[in-house]
Design a protein around this ligand. Structure first.
Ligand SMILES: C[S@@+](CC[C@H](N)C(=O)[O-])C[C@H]1O[C@@H](n2cnc3c(N)ncnc32)[C@H](O)[C@@H]1O
Length: 197
């Protein structure tokens, strides 16, 4: 998730997330959509939030479903978890991810931190005007999916990902909220797994 304005520090208000956090609320809803199903946590998903807002930016928060604890569906609980993690960041944070809470790790840097951590994963952008997801062969394992926030993709990010061979897919004809796109993508991947199991 590329958060163009989402704050990279913990100094936002839980009672006014949209107004005080550079729209980190958009990314929190994406955490829920990517990691949780009803009464459960997916076992094999990592979420990277690229946080480009505020003086501490850029930073990347990584949430790994294998070891994360206390991931709740409500936005306020997620906000508190993220706020505490960002606030606990050491002064000498570098470009390597440092685990600050179970499953939650932080690095100083931008999209390149994510790309370095992903290694050889197949890269796909979720884009409104791209090929329909149902007409392309989706990757389930070692696959990384990139989404924009309320502001969409910056041209530089699109160019960087294109240069690395990323493809683009669309989940439907309308421009949707990012968390809804993740829900649809997860459903497509779940169906793919069920078919190939
Ligand atoms: C609310 S949309 C961005 C809207 C933004 N105003 C724009 O014009 O780019 C947030 C993100 O969700 C993803 N998205 C939205 N609708 C989509 C669709 N139909 N198919 C694939 N991805 C979509 C894209 O990654 C997009 O950047």
């Amino acid at each position: 998730m590329l958060g163009q304005t989402a704050t990279a520090s913990g100094d936002f208000l839980l009672d006014d997330l949209p107004g005080s956090s550079g729209r980190i609320d958009v990314l929190l809803r994406c955490i829920r959509a990517a990691l949780l199903f009803s009464h459960g946590l997916r076992s094999d998903v990592r979420v990277y939030l690229v946080l480009r807002g505020g003086p501490a930016a850029p930073r990347v928060l990584r949430i790994d479903s294998k070891s994360a604890r206390f991931i709740r569906p409500d936005e306020r609980c997620l906000a508190l978890l993220v706020k505490k993690t960002l606030a606990a960041s050491p002064d000498d944070l570098g470009s390597q991810f440092v685990e600050l809470r179970p499953g939650l790790a932080l690095a100083s840097g931008d999209l390149d931190c994510v790309l370095a951590d992903l290694g050889e994963a197949a890269l796909t952008m979720l884009e409104e005007q791209a090929l329909d997801i149902r007409g392309v062969g989706l990757e389930r394992d070692d696959a990384a999916y990139f989404l924009g926030d309320h502001l969409g993709f910056q041209p530089a990010d699109r160019e960087r990902l294109n240069a690395l061979g990323a493809t683009a897919v669309s989940v439907g004809p309308l421009s949707l909220h990012s968390d809804d796109v993740i829900a649809i993508l997860s459903n497509e991947l779940d169906r793919l797994e069920a078919r190939t199991r």
